[in-house]
Design a protein around this ligand. Structure first.
Ligand SMILES: [Zn+2]
Length: 185
């Protein structure tokens, strides 16, 4: 069947809610979870961040599996609470948040939308893929990071730790502004 123009383009705002939100499709649950933002970077949803790894139902319990970004990141507790609250708001009564530690989270799991959002927020997204080369420190200590404001690569590392342990502080020599860099991981 061909979707003729004018047909099928129903007003999205009036789309009916699923009859029983307690058993919503995992894809729908994922869309709801886009409302849960990273406490440290409010423009980033936990889905775009790549923290949400799986959504499944165990009986009437919605089980959301997350992989923490940085071990010991206190934001994870808030993310856990945010997921529970967001799903309760949608009428999902029972929610369990499981943590999966392996494989470890990597900045490679961030969506392109997440990288755009970071730039818009004044944070440089991870510049290089974090590839584990079996313990060999091949990564340069201070990669050339483009300034999220003006795009200049004439930047330098100020401090290995920015506003949080997940970030490094850089300064742009072109626009002279300091900025946070989301470290590859
Ligand atoms: Zn700049």
């Amino acid at each position: 069947m061909v979707n003729a123009p004018g047909h099928g383009a129903r007003d999205g705002a009036t789309a009916p809610a699923p009859p029983n939100p307690s058993f919503a499709e995992p894809q729908q649950v994922l869309r709801w979870l886009h409302d849960v933002s990273d406490p440290e970077i409010p423009v980033l949803s936990v889905v775009d961040l790549g923290v949400v790894r799986d959504v499944a139902w165990e009986g009437d319990v919605c089980v959301v599996t997350i992989t923490p970004t940085y071990s010991g990141c206190p934001a994870m507790q808030e993310i856990r609470r945010g997921i529970e609250q967001a799903l309760h708001r949608q009428g999902v009564a029972k929610v369990r948040v499981d943590t999966r530690l392996a494989p470890p989270w990597t900045t490679d799991w961030m969506t392109e939308r997440a990288r755009q959002a970071l730039r818009g927020y004044g944070i440089a997204p991870p510049a290089e893929q974090a590839v584990d080369v079996s313990g060999i420190a091949w990564r340069r200590m201070a990669p050339r990071v483009a300034c999220p404001r003006c795009g200049s690569r004439d930047t330098s590392l100020v401090s290995g730790f920015g506003s949080t342990a997940c970030k490094a502080l850089y300064r742009c020599h072109a626009c002279r502004e300091p900025f946070d860099y989301f470290k590859p991981h």
